[in-house]
Design a protein around this ligand. Sequence first.
Ligand code: BG6
Length: 507
Amino acid sequence: MRIEPTAPSCAVVIFGATGDLTRRKLLPALYRLTQQRLVPNEFVILGSGRQTLSDDEFRELMKNAIAEFGSDDALDEATWQSFAQHLFYLGGDFNDPALYPQLKSKLETLDAEFDTQSNRIFYLATAPEFFGPIAKQLGAAGISKPVRPSGKPAAKTKAWTRIIVEKPFGHDLASAQTLNKTLASVFDESQIYRIDHYLGKETVQNLLVFRFANSIFEPLWNRQYIDHVQITNAETIGVEGRGAYYEKAGALRDMIQNHVFQVTSLIAMEPPASLSANGVRDEKIKAMQSVRPLAADQIAEFVVRGQYGPGTVLGDTVPGYSQEPGVAPDSGTETFAALKLYLDDWRWSGVPFYLRSGKRLQKHVTEIAIQFKEVPQRLFTNADSPLQPNVLVIRIQPNEGISLRFAAKLPGQAMRIRSVNMDFRYGSSFGGKPPEAYERLLLDCMLGDSTLYARRDMVERGWEIVTPILEAWKNPPPDFPNYEAGSWGPQAAFELIERDGREWRKL
Ligand code: BG6
């Protein structure tokens, strides 16, 4: 638990420094941290990319990125001027071993100039094929392990070196294991930070607090009281120019295997013994280990895939997925996935978890709904509308908040019942906008806190769960596209839940 922590002195090296992620997320987040004085003056960012750029050219690019993608009040000239003094660039080919000795000596120079205490973060924001090669090269160049700040006696050095690995972390179990092995051959697990930006979202972090800092929910949080859980991740956007990447990913790899499973584990986990990184992560992985494996002949019953065709989203006419740039006209890639999972443990046995994620759906919303069982005694069957079970809804985004639906008597002479909501909204209770996930995650890495990063076993478990599905989906389905952009996904997704006598929440 921390109170307004400040990062220690350090250098952040970003591989992929001219790429989209750096421009959209990393630099705006690092800039915000500086603006809020959460990073010290002894701090430096060294961007590395294939383009040949001077430091000043790189600074100009980053300034534009912050202006375009930073928060509304982002760019003020004075903060920018001082921030820019901490930005540097080193061009080169990530596969070229010659780049790394240059990087080493550049870091030493910057260490000396900015007194960064030889603390280093290497951020892999490149295309995934470079993750392994860069890690190996860092090892070969002797910069993967903490170095001693020159002149300090060995016993006193507290210097650290960490590596942040972006997603996608592998494209299946075997490739994730290979990447984990490569990283482990160069870095210790405690140095490795696998990012899942959902864990940095304020509302996702609040799940632990909501469940374990309140005494009234935990006693109900089990199969005795809960009928089922629905997790919906709906986007209105399409693939946003990332067609080439998405063709190899699809909704199952892009969202379910990582973000949605992380959220699932936080809902399903037992209380951790402590809030230490491993205390929390041990319980999360335990929950995911109890996910019942799907046999090949169950896939059709438990999992649905979809791809959007043309349609209208939020009033705009949009093309189908297969007409997007970089996408094959006969693409078999899914832009929607829905699945039903069971966790065979004492808490959840028999409680289905329905998960769905899709692009170009009707509304942008990510939420978790905990649907409680119906009341056992039908005292109110004569009421004019059927009694609806209690639902606890945790809105991850947008309109961040939590609401609880319960039954209330409609004022009047008759016994009439209506469902009403108790509603908590972050905006009205706390004001302001929650910080961006990347700000929190970058700061955590600087502070050496890996609680909100994915551990090796969790990433591999995610892949293990989806492997039988990926295998069953090797052949493209004959019916793609099977949902209209702007709808709620394919008909089969409704059937998946309706077969069980339940329905998706109307959002
Ligand atoms: C990314 C996916 O990890 O998460 C994108 O690659 C997706 O396809 C994005 O759009 C969603 O993140 P958020 O924070 O906007 O819900």
